[in-house]
Unconditional design. Structure first.
Length: 331
């Protein structure tokens, strides 16, 4: 029968299509009723009922889950249809499961794990083994989203063979769907090598945190004409050599718009304004687990740092006052 019930997930307006939840249930009752007395006429009716049931379920499913599984091809379709792409970071199973169930399009196992998860000052120290560990946990949780994993610093810059070996390790050992790496023209040979081996690559231009020691600051990139022209040319290179998308980090909105006009592949912005095809944020920032990082582009949807501290204080009080555990919480 394949009856689908439950609440309608939140969906974009263009896909909004409300099928009354009661329809499959009514059809099931009619079906059961007709099954009791299987006259010839009833059997024909039964087939009609089954057909409509399947039809409604199909429409419901298609309209509420327009994309069953996000692939690199889906992202291009989304761009073509003008549907924005949502992307968030995750480094572990539990958060990845929540994001996937909430219908996020892309989960990035970002090397920001180095700061957020491991407490390093920069993304430079995180290793390939550590990224694979995070990616493996994320992949286990995901049914729908595209999982993209950052190639960490030092695993693709020296030569294309090494880049390919690193990308292959990520794909084989974690089961992820694509890799991301930072840079433009200077890493194009490595990207080409990886793509030729059948591994999808997402680019990353603008602020490239792995090069923090070269630039010395996390300021906006592409603010002068030379940098802006270079960035546009890098984006065109990434598209030409076959990257399926690129992140644009912390650049003026006007520059992102210019990149968008000069390329056709999906551009995912973080601090790059709204003339791009999607947005990415670090999940821990979005839900307010971190509270010391406050760039202008960040919108916090929760203040979990305060909520967790509050919960922990109440727990400590309850332990100290011996009100936890109570009778109902004992065996
Ligand atoms: O590592 C990361 O989290 C990232 C995003 C900021 C795009 O690269």
């Amino acid at each position: 029968f394949g009856i689908t019930t439950g609440s309608l997930p939140s969906i974009t307006e263009t896909h909004e299509f409300v099928v009354p939840k009661s329809i499959p249930i009514i059809l099931l009752i009619i079906n059961i009723f007709l099954d009791i007395d299987k006259s010839y006429a009833n059997l024909i009716c039964w087939h009609y009922v089954s057909f409509f049931n399947l039809f409604f379920n199909y429409i419901w499913h298609v309209k509420t889950n327009p994309y069953k599984r996000i692939t690199t091809k889906t992202l291009h379709e989304m761009k073509k249809n003008g549907e924005k792409i949502s992307m968030l970071t995750s480094y572990d199973f539990t958060f990845a499961k929540i994001l996937d169930e909430a219908n996020i399009d892309i989960i990035l196992v970002g090397d920001s794990a180095s700061n957020v998860f491991a407490g390093n000052e920069t993304t430079v120290p995180i290793t390939l083994d550590e990224m694979i560990y995070h990616a493996k946990s994320v992949v286990k949780a995901v049914k729908r989203a595209l999982v993209v994993v950052d190639l960490p610093f030092g695993t693709y810059q020296s030569d294309p063979q090494e880049a390919l070996r690193s990308a292959i390790r990520i794909m084989k050992e974690s089961g992820a769907h694509a890799v991301k790496l930072e840079g433009g023209f200077e890493v194009s040979e490595s990207i080409t090598r990886i793509i030729n081996a059948g591994i999808p690559v997402m680019g990353h231009l603008g602020l490239t945190p792995q090069s923090i020691y070269k630039f010395g600051t996390y300021n906006v990139r592409g603010a002068n004409k030379t940098e802006a022209d270079q960035l546009i040319s890098d984006a065109q290179d990434l598209e030409r050599i076959g990257c399926f998308a690129s992140v644009l980090e912390k650049i003026p909105a006007q520059l992102a718009e210019n990149v968008s006009k000069k390329t056709k592949f999906p551009l995912i912005g973080i601090g790059a304004g709204n003339h791009v095809d999607g947005q990415v944020l670090v999940l821990h920032d979005l839900i307010g687990l971190t509270n010391e990082f406050n760039p202008r582009f960040l919108r916090r949807y929760l203040d979990l740092n305060t909520s967790i501290k509050d919960a922990v204080s109440r727990y400590i009080d309850d332990v100290k006052s011996e009100s936890f555990p109570n009778k109902d919480e004992m065996y």
